[in-house]
Design a protein around this ligand. Sequence first.
Ligand SMILES: *Cc1c(COP(=O)(O)O)cnc(C)c1O
Length: 374
Amino acid sequence: MNIKRNILLNPGPATTTDTVKMAQVVPDICPREKEFAGMMKSLRADLLKVAHAPADKYTSVLFCGSGTINIDICLNSLLPEGKKVLVVNNGAYSTRAVEICQYYGLPHIDLKSSVYEQADLNAVAQTLDANPDVALVYTTHHETGTGVLNPIREIGALAHQHGAIFVVDTTSSLGMIPFDIEADNVDFCMASAQKGLMAMTGLSFIIGNEEEIRKSKDYPKRSYYCNLYLQYDFFERTGEMHFTPPVQTIYATRQALKEYFEVGEEAKFARHRRVFEAIHKGLDELGFKDVIRRDIQSGLVVSVLYPNDPNWNFERVHDYCYEHGFTIYPGKISTTNTFRLCSLGTIDTPDIEAFFQTLREALIHEGIQIPIRY
Ligand SMILES: *Cc1c(COP(=O)(O)O)cnc(C)c1O
């Protein structure tokens, strides 16, 4: 089968290999069969390896849903009665965590700081000193809205010094930038299959400290479908998801993990880095400016400033690129007009060179001045 290859420069879902696409085409199977449970067992073990999580201390729990389900589950399941969440918030994804706290009525502190900068460690330390009832510190590793990478190891150390667990949204970094759950002082991390692992949408997973999950058995139950202990316990007893799993996505994820380990994490990290450098080179050549300091960029998302050109219209440039097989993505910074180019997915330098050729054509087609004016 010949499947058209699109280059996705949006922040997930990512461009996948044909072998991952085809892994979804399998004989019909009831997911309650032992064969399927066995597959999920090895998949859960492989996910631990991606996070370098020792199997005697950590476990992974699978859910059917997009990545946001993980944020919802961790927050509603891991907060003991009478305790508070501290959200270290410098972007749109941590803001989502704050909204979840609001929806569940969870006591929380929204420690907001500039979306253009890394989280402020002094502010985190001061807030923890002043609020001994914080039991859960939460942040986002890579703020996908801006491309800022946060100093999670340092935040995790502060959380632990203050007796709190540390939950990190690693949805847009796991499997793409080096991460070691213990060395990074993380108790719970999370992702979904269509980002770093380059599989399909519909499967999300939380990797975390098993003892903390067991403790949470006695915490207030705030959701039925989205409770971490319930799903963990069901997996431990039966090897299955409590409710129907995303069957085909699980087959694709198994194949994607196989390819992840074959390539090896170092080579994969290096490829993402290479693509990121190629994006910057292409932007520099056209005269585009990015908005985040280079030394705090994740290497996975570049936020690009809209030109000051009367002919600039993001939608039209997007549509031109899209028709030519390249997907670019709007920004997520409320105060600045930006668009994003991302280095997720199974793409490499020649794809980026081909993209910039198309982008140049789009700019000429739209009558936008090159080099870009600001
Ligand atoms: C993609 C992403 C999510 C999940 O978003 P969904 O739309 O639910 O898939 C969560 N956190 C971060 C940092 C992300 O990049």
